[in-house]
Each structure stands twice: as C-alpha cells, then as structure tokens.
Ligand binder design. Structure first.
Ligand code: NAD
Length: 442
C-alpha cells in the first residue's frame, strides 16, 4: 500500500471525491444489509442505526464533499519585512498510509467516519473493525474492497493478535477509538515508528443538573442520550451530578422518561438495544446493587438484556462511580452546590464531555471556565457530535487529537510550510558571512 501511495494516485481531488461518492452510494444502496448487521451485533433498531451510524456517515461525506475544495486550498501567510520580497503559504499533503482501529459500539460509524477523513485527505487506509461486532466487521471486509479503490483501502478483520501484528508495521498515522488501556498499547507501538496517533477514548461524562432548570425536559434528554444503544455510547452521560434538591426532583422525571420511551417492559421494546456480550453483561449487572433502584434493574443473561436503570443516593466511592459504566445504568450522585459539582468534576479524570442543565447564565459561565473536558454541552447530551464544524475528541484521559469535518482533514494531513523567495534581488546579502561589515556597524 505504501507503494500505491508513492505513485501519487490518491492525491488528486478527483480520486478523493470518487472514493467518497462511492462510499456514500454503498451506504445508501445497502441500507437494509447494514441495518441487519447492526441488529445482529447490538440489537439496534433500524431507525437508531440510520440516525447514529449510516446517516451520520452520509452527512459527514456530504459535508466533506461540499467543503473539500476550500479545505484543500493553500493558505497565504504573511512574511516579515526582513525577508521581503517573498511569499509564504501552507499546503496540506496526505500523510501516506493510515491505520484505523475501531470499536464495537458504533461499529459502522467509528470505522467509516475516520475513513472519510483519511480518504478526503488523500491517504491510503487500512481499517481494522472490532471483532466484537462480527456481523458489521464481516460486512465491511466483504463490501469495502468492492466499493473503494482496493489497492488503496483494505479491511483487516481480527482481534488482539491481528491488531498487534498490524501495529508492528509502520503506518503514517494510527487512529484508534476504544478504551484507554488499549490506547496506551497503541501509542507505545506507534512510538517505535515515531508515528503520530489519534486516540478517541472514553471516560465518565457527568450531567450536572441544578434546581431552577426545567428538570422534566432535562430528564427526557438525559434518558435519551444515556439509554440510546443501551448506554454503550462513548459520549453518553455516565452519571447525573445533582445539585441540592435537584437530586430528589430528577429521579422521578428520569423514571417517567424511561417509561415514556421504552414502556413498562423495555425487554419488549423494539427501540431498545442489547449488551454486546456476556463479559460486559456480567460487569454491568455487578453494578446494579449500588444505590437505590428508582427504575429498571431487570436483566436476562440469555438475551443480553439489561433494563434502563436509574440508581439514586449513589456514593461517589461505590463501584459504579469508579469506572466508565458504558451500559444502561445511570447513577445519581448528590452534591450540595455548584462549587462541589465543579470540584467533583475537576478532581477526576478529564471526561469526554460535560453536560449541564442549569438555571442561570452564571452557572454556564462557571462550568465553561472552571472545568475541562473534550466537549461541553448545555441543555442536550450527545448532540454536539452531529455539528460538523465542531471538533470531536477528548483531553487528558479521554483522548488525544480530534476529528470530524475539517478537523478530520487536518488530522490526516501534514500542513507543510512553503516559502518562495525570488532569486532576482538579493538583499539577504547583508546576512551572509563574513560579518565584519555588519559587526563594524553594531
Ligand atoms: P473494543 O474491545 O472493540 O476495542 C477497540 C479496538 O481495539 C478493537 O478493534 C480491538 O480489536 C482492538 N484491541 C483490543 N485489545 C487490543 C490489544 N490488546 N491490542 C491491540 N488492539 C486491541 O472496544 P472497547 O475498547 O471496549 O470500546 C469501548 C471504549 O471505547 C469505551 O471506553 C468508550 O468510551 C470508548 N469509545 C470512545 C469513542 C470516542 O469516539 N471517543 C467512541 C466509542 C467508544
């Protein structure tokens, strides 16, 4: 693949556009095949699959096709007078061959979203889908080589041994989405080749709720963001951080929201997903004993079903608050005031997102200025990922680097500095040695 890149074939805008259009056509033409694979892996409903996976990538492609010419244009940069006459600009060049390692929770979006950026920037790419979403992985391996330039894009299926073997090779960028422990393995392997990495990781994203905010609406939106894909969403609110009386008020609203969305028996709802495998099922059911169950708690191992569950009066020291939950369990932790909420957040790893449902502009300003996270969203969880102009990525433990739209093209390009000074005049002569004349004047 390095040799294909070296021919220059992937550089022209026409090649990049053709790949993106072909990928778009595949997504649109094979909707039901894709939807079936996502249902087999995660029990996703067709509408949820469309909104969060397939449609998401289609939107990303459309946005990229619309703006790619502008993003590819060289940018003029000012030159200091001492160098005049001269012109300076930056140009973007593709990095080469990139490796994309994706996880199981949005197995289509998180493999193809980065691929859109890699192709738009003119790279060759190897995609390694997650072995924990085998139907989607097989579909990508079967279809992509037929849809895209097969010498420039490859899909390698497999788990730890195959990924380890890939990481031994030299790539020009490694883009990894998944957990932080493997993120460290990826970064260590990449360091051997001095290969830059993007690490899209997770963390415990809080949803701060304050008295005085519309908590019925807040609860509906938190429940929507949390229980989508049965809680297996990297940007989902991990826990509710309730200020004072908001703790008592929000629990009833959350229970009502869950019943409104998934009915009295969520196991029978066609709109509710399943846990990816038994290992995650066992890990999650081990967390159900923390706190007081407000709604949910039912589970069925054979069906990998865990009901949308809200836990109140949860201690910050309990197991459910020690690691990223990544499932349909929503603890409510009570703090006395906004100061305590801010200290709670800043005292822990920087999350992928902070969500806040607060009553005043002052609270918003304080959260923006005093907390650090990949993203901050007021009034709605998860939705910032759909704003194409916003960078998506973490900070600290939640990740390294960013992508989406122009930020993807940035990630998968090298911004090269170009200086062009005519040979015609040579005022630079004053700077050449010997320096005797200059020295005499100083
Ligand atoms: P996973 O188990 O599918 O692993 C991700 C990828 O890493 C897979 O392709 C897998 O084959 C590979 N892998 C696993 N172990 C490896 C090893 N020892 N060496 C090399 N490669 C290895 O997915 P996961 O990590 O369980 O995903 C869930 C995590 O990902 C959560 O923490 C979640 O928050 C995070 N996540 C982040 C984002 C984001 O965009 N920031 C998106 C989705 C998930």
């Amino acid at each position: 693949m390095h040799t294909v890149f070296a021919t220059g074939r992937t550089r022209p805008a026409a090649w990049r556009r053709a790949q993106l259009r072909a990928l778009r056509a595949f997504l649109v033409d094979h909707q039901s095949e894709i939807s079936d694979a996502l249902h087999a892996d995660l029990g996703k409903s067709p509408l949820e699959s469309y909104l969060t996976e397939l449609g998401f990538v289609v939107n990303e492609i459309d946005h990229t096709l619309r703006h790619l010419n502008r993003w590819m244009r060289p940018r003029r940069v000012g030159v200091p007078l001492s160098l005049a006459p001269a012109r300076a600009r930056t140009v973007r060049e593709p990095l080469g061959t990139v490796l994309i390692i994706s996880p199981w929770n949005y197995p289509l979006q998180l493999a193809l979203g980065p691929l859109v950026g890699a192709l738009a920037a003119g790279n060759c790419a190897v995609v390694k889908p997650s072995e924990l979403a085998p139907a989607t992985s097989a579909l990508l391996a079967r279809r992509l080589p037929r849809v895209l330039d097969p010498e420039a894009v490859a899909v390698v299926e497999g788990g730890v041994p195959e990924t380890t073997a890939l990481l031994e090779q030299r790539f020009d960028h490694v883009f990894y989405t998944g957990n932080g422990a493997v993120g460290r393995i990826v970064m260590t392997a990449a360091a051997r080749h001095l290969t830059p990495v993007t690490l899209e990781l997770g963390g415990k994203s809080p949803a701060v709720v304050e008295p005085g905010a519309d908590l019925a609406t807040a609860a509906r939106r938190i429940a929507w963001g949390k229980f989508m894909n049965a809680g297996q969403t990297c940007v989902a609110p991990d826990y509710v951080l309730a200020v004072g009386d908001a703790a008592d008020e929000i629990e009833g609203h959350l229970a009502a929201a869950v019943r409104e969305m998934y009915g009295e028996r969520p196991a029978e709802s066609a709109d509710y997903g399943r846990i990816v495998n038994e290992r995650h099922f066992d890990r999650l059911t081990g967390l159900l004993g923390d706190g007081r169950t407000v709604v949910g708690g039912e589970h069925d191992r054979a069906a990998r079903f865990i009901a949308p569950t809200v836990l109140a009066d949860v201690s910050p020291e309990s197991a459910v608050m020690r690691e990223e939950i990544f499932g349909p369990v929503l603890p409510i932790v009570r703090v006395p005031d906004l100061d305590a909420a801010i200290s709670f957040i800043t005292g822990r790893d920087k999350p992928l997102a902070v969500y806040a449902f607060v009553g005043s502009a002052r609270s918003k300003r304080r959260l923006e200025a005093e907390t650090s996270s990949g993203a901050l969203a007021f009034g709605v969880p998860n939705a910032h990922v759909t704003v194409p102009g916003l960078p998506f990525g973490g900070v600290g433990e939640s990740g390294v680097g960013r992508y989406h739209g122009a930020h993807s093209v940035d990630t998968f390009s090298h911004t090269k500095a170009v200086l062009d000074k005519p040979l015609l005049l040579d005022p630079l002569r004053v700077a050449y040695p010997p320096f005797t004349q200059v020295k005499e004047r100083i």
